[in-house]
Design a protein around this ligand. Structure first.
Ligand code: SF4
Length: 89
């Protein structure tokens, strides 16, 4: 017998990589930005609903090293070398 929800609508299985990122509580990318506005752009485009598209997330899932300056779109954030040494010390 087929079960149909009372509302008559079909339930959907969650789409892998959609929804809130499971790494968001400890993601180092959040420490990169002093501007909340810029950080929020990344959060809205990746962390909150499309983490499966994030280069940081995908690298972490393969067990690869995730550089601090790797952005979700796969590009590297260009930062001052001295700042980077301090941030990773
Ligand atoms: S930057 Fe990527 S890995 Fe980090 S919380 Fe956002 S989606 Fe997840």
């Amino acid at each position: 017998m087929r079960t149909v929800p009372k509302s008559g609508m079909r339930t959907r299985a969650p789409i892998p990589g959609r929804g809130a990122c499971p790494h968001s509580m400890a993601c180092q990318m959040y420490d990169l930005f002093t501007s909340r506005e810029i950080l929020n752009v990344w959060k809205e485009n990746y962390c909150q609903d499309a983490y499966g598209d994030c280069a940081r997330y995908r690298r972490a899932c393969t067990g690869s090293f995730v550089p601090l300056t790797l952005l979700p779109n796969g590009r590297q954030l260009n930062v001052d070398e001295r700042w980077l040494r301090k941030a990773t010390a």
